[in-house]
Each structure stands twice: as C-alpha cells, then as structure tokens.
Design a protein around this ligand. Structure first.
Ligand SMILES: [Zn+2]
Ligand SMILES: [Zn+2]
Length: 283
C-alpha cells in the first residue's frame, strides 16, 4: 500500500486569499509543499480515494491520476465533500454511444444519513447515480468492504458523525483518520499499526517554545482535538510510523517549521512526520 497525500490542508487552506501572514506569503511564492490544498488521500493498491475537497480535480491532475474506481467519505463537512462534482469526469462526452465509467462510492452509515440532511450531498449523488457515473454503497457500522487484496473497515470516532478507516492488506495495518479526533480513545482493535495518518489537532501551545498560541477560553479548544491530545492518541495507537495531516492555515506553522518539529520528535524517539501536498508514503 502506498499512501499519497493529495491535499494536506484542513478547512482553511494555505494560502488564504488576501492573508499577508508569513506562512501564506511564502506559500503564494513557492507553491507546494508550502501551499496546502483541502484534505484528501489516495491509497495506491486498493486504488481508494478518501474525501473530495474543492481542489480534487486539480489534485488528481497534479498526481497524474485518472479514473478513480472507488472512494469513501469520512464525514459530511464541506472541506471533505465539496469537490463531489469530480465524478462527472466519468462521463464520456465525445463518444456515441457513450462509454461512461462508474466509480464505487462507499458511505459509512452515519455519513450516508448526514448526506441526506447536509449540503445537498445526497441529492447530488442521486443525480450522479441516475446518470450512471457512480454506484452508491451504504455500509452499516462494523461492515467492511474489500478492494483487491485490501480490507477496509470504517471505524466510528467519538465525534460520532466521523469515521477513520482501518486498511488491512497481507498483514499490514494502516489507519487513516482524516479529521475530528476529539475525545477519541482508540479501541484495542485499531492498536498496533504499521502506519497511522492523523489530523494534527490545534496547537494550543507553540510546539517549540511552549508559549500559549490559542487563548485558554477559545471555544475551538472544546470542539477540536489539541496537538497534545493528538500526540496522546498517537501514543496509544502504537503505530510504527505516524503522519500528521489536516494542517490548518491559522495554526501559523510553515512547512519548514513542521519539518523541524518532525525532526525534533524523531530525536525524542517518536516516529512522527508531517504531511505535505504530494507526499507519498509506503506502508
Ligand atoms: Zn476537515
Ligand atoms: Zn496566512
């Protein structure tokens, strides 16, 4: 299995239009890996896409990827779904009779329920399915699906509208959690991994100096996992390697800052790195 980070940003991508902070200025000048597009991961092998942010068409072109046979969605939030028009790429506009293609879309139970209520996602997918461009599969909690040699199990998190995915292939075990780890105590069934991909969480304190970065009363600290909380989850997962992603622009950390933090963590004995757009990792 090879994990390719199509987008390593979060809901607030880098650079933000109009922002003159040093991280955005550098990202605007230098592009990837300093810029970060919305959260999306492609797993080579099972050829599974996880989530479609607005930039997904750009991301697929950049990665040299074409037809995507299968995709799953972690939750209904806009930063993870708003590129769903990408599936119109399955339409054959030139040929007659047209040779349309179909992608299999796997929706965990609560994601399917939320798609019916939020952002018009279900209606959009019904439209795509009626044109025979996607096939929809709703998975009950605890139900896995298999692509080639890989078994994929959606794992519902403590923020119970969100799922991580446990991928197992020939003895290798990989957990990909695109977002929202707040309050999660990983069950035994997902511990002992070859690789864990986790959202880095809000750096409440500067990871180098320890200075407070987010005011203690800020409501974000109630609803989002912190960087310290995410490190604790990473420790419990007992993964041989951890890659942190979903890196938000307001965190104020540049690509170079995060590479430096990764080196510090490695020196401290933690096998933790930070994702950037285009990063590929073998598991
Ligand atoms: Zn997100
Ligand atoms: Zn900025």
């Amino acid at each position: 299995m090879k994990i390719e980070f199509l987008g390593s940003g979060g809901a607030i991508t880098t650079p933000q239009p109009g922002c003159r902070c040093r991280v955005c200025v550098e990202a605007r000048q230098r592009g990837a890996p300093y810029s970060r597009t919305g959260p999306s991961v492609f797993v080579h092998g099972p050829d599974l896409l996880i989530d479609t942010p607005e930039e997904i068409k750009f991301q697929l072109n950049r990665a040299g990827l074409g037809f995507i046979p299968a995709c799953t969605y972690s939750h209904w939030h806009p930063d993870h779904v708003m590129g769903r028009r990408v599936w119109e790429m399955n339409k054959d506009w030139r040929g007659w009779p047209p040779r349309d293609r179909q992608s299999d879309i796997y929706l965990p139970q609560q994601v399917a329920a939320d798609f019916r209520e939020r952002l018009g996602s279900w209606e959009n997918f019904e439209f795509l399915a009626a044109q025979n461009l996607v096939r929809m599969h709703v998975l009950q909690d605890g139900e896995a699906f298999t692509l080639g040699k890989t078994r994929i199990l959606p794992v519902r998190l403590a923020a119970d509208y969100v799922y991580a995915f446990l991928l197992e292939e020939e003895g290798k075990r990989v957990l990909i959690a695109p977002d929202e780890l707040v309050g999660w105590d990983p069950p035994q069934t997902v511990r002992g991994l070859d690789l864990a991909v986790l959202p880095m969480g809000v750096p409440e304190f500067d990871p180098f100096t320890g200075a407070r970065m987010v005011p203690a009363e800020h409501p974000v600290l109630q609803v989002e996992a912190t960087w310290a909380g995410t490190l604790e989850i990473a420790r419990k997962l007992q993964a041989k390697r951890v890659i942190m992603t979903h890196i938000e622009e307001p965190f104020g950390l540049s690509h170079d800052d995060l590479q430096r933090l990764g080196a510090k963590l490695q020196a401290d004995g933690f096998n933790i790195d930070f994702a950037f757009d285009t990063l590929q990792v073998e598991a």
